[in-house]
Design a protein around this ligand. Sequence first.
Ligand SMILES: NC(=O)CC[C@H](N)C(=O)O
Length: 302
Amino acid sequence: MQALLESILDEVRPLIGLGKVADYIPALADVPANQLGIAVYGNDGTAYSAGDADTLFSVQSISKVFSLVQAIDHGGESIWERLGHEPSGQPFNSMVQLEFERGRPRNPFINAGALVICDINQSRFAVPILSMRDFVRRLSGNPQILVNSVVAESEAQHGARNAAMAYLMKSFGNFHNDVHAVLHSYFNYCALQMSCLDLARAFSFLANEGVSAHSGEQILTARQTKQVNSIMATSGLYDEAGNFAYRVGLPGKSGVGGGIVAVVPGQFTVCVWSPELNAAGNSLAGMKALELLSERIGWSVF
Ligand SMILES: NC(=O)CC[C@H](N)C(=O)O
């Protein structure tokens, strides 16, 4: 596995230079583009990694999975009264569908859906940002995880589009808390800084029927785990979820920080990171690395 990870990184490294680091959040534009890391975490607790697997990066939309898990843990099936679990076929920050569908977002992994989930969690937790930080520390087994407040602040200053979505949903009665308070939480979740190894460990419960492979803690039921994985498989890569299913064949979740996490149910989690993105906002080298990995090992849920 170790040799395989190294050789895959060597193969995809030439793609660096062909994508574009996210710059609509100015603090992300400063991240050096030539970084590449991968980590695999097995249900038996073995970890393999290569490249910049220990380097911290901005998890961005990968945090939408953590928010969804918090919401399901508390609200169960009732959360689906507020949003759907259908793919959107639209970019992650698109607004057109939201008005047509009367403020009910298609799924929790586009921004509008994540904002509704954050609104649900905002009503539940006294200090939502700390609850999220502690949850992610528990999931990853790393008590050092922090939010990068420069990134959160930078996004807040350029957050007009997310604010517009939240206000549109409020106009339809599908947003209960103060918009700015929820946006503040959402930007802080997106600005969590984690490494490939942290993320592979944090997602291990999704490969292990809801039980964290390193702590033994039951995070979700087996049925809820299957449900979260199914939403990742159909909506985890925005309007490129179909392409990801076709090329990689695993439930996955990406973020504009350049990370992608994928789940091999019953076996492993894998996280790859490279900051340059393709036109859909997914890591260019990361997609290719996961495609090669799933092909070489024969991992696929399809
Ligand atoms: N796709 C992403 O990673 C987007 C997350 C980013 N924080 C935003 O709201 O635009």
